[in-house]
Design a protein around this ligand. Sequence first.
Ligand code: F6P
Length: 328
Amino acid sequence: MIDNTIKRIGILTSGGDAPGMNAAIRAVVRACKYYDIESIGIRQGFEGLIANDMIELGPRSVRHIINQGGTILKTARSEEFKTKEGREKAFNTLKSNNIDGLVIIGGDGSFTGAKIFHEEFNVPFIGIPGTIDNDIFGTDFTIGYDTALNTVIEAIDKLRDTATSHNRVFFVEVMGRDAGFIALNSGIASGAQEILIPETNDSVEELCLSLENSYTSGKKSSIIVVAEGEQLGGVFEIAKKVQAHHPEYDIRVTVLGHIQRGGTPSCQDRVLASRLGIAAVEALLDHKTNIMVGLRSNRLVQTPIEEAIKKHNEIDQELLRAARILSV
Ligand code: F6P
């Protein structure tokens, strides 16, 4: 049933940007037009809500953005929104702009802020998972993850060329502050010898053993993919320890960093973002609030925001096993 009390929806992107966020903004704006309601963009995430930094959006103002990385609305991690005063200002901005509901594209930090805001001021909102890390419960994929994976494997393929030419061991750090999804999947796809992620108990000794075995079996170069959140002290420290065990190895370290967050979104991210954008508007019009829309087994699903924040997607044991089998 269409909720007639929703006449104007505010959209914002928050937290780390992710390729495909623009496709989600476009989908929200166009779904609003389809259902004959207004949409307004809020710049710089919750910062813009506090500072009343708004832009009217219509179907034509979101043309030619489906293929652009980043976010036309810009993004921020707002410290002020963490305060009661900040959230009060944000609520006043919403009222003065006649905004009846919010679509928030971001990660769990953004959803936590939105949840508190909802509890205090009863503002209806729907979350759309947008982060390259793929670490949000309630969806198989987050917007930006697939593009980031493709960026990573392209980079590692290039590193592989030079690693092979020089018989070197390359340690490659990929993003994933708390999760190893990027590392595990890009590691398998790029043929890594070892993949170190926060979810597993790794040790430098085991890593050395794996490298020794690979040398004995005839490998002259190796790629080790290390997730940013790995618990062994960081990629440089790990490389240093391996070098201490094996002074004969020619070791190099590459940190891929923020290139993983940019670039043209993949087809998968554009379609995912488009579907979730529409689903978010329809959920608001269906009287839903405090939920996140996501995709499970290629079906649109809704998850209470509390669960999306608190629960974690498990690392797939079958993928870990595959990585081990393939590195013989
Ligand atoms: O949350 C996405 C993410 O890219 C993490 O993987 C990374 O640790 C973090 O953002 C980096 O954040 P910033 O852009 O603030 O350095």
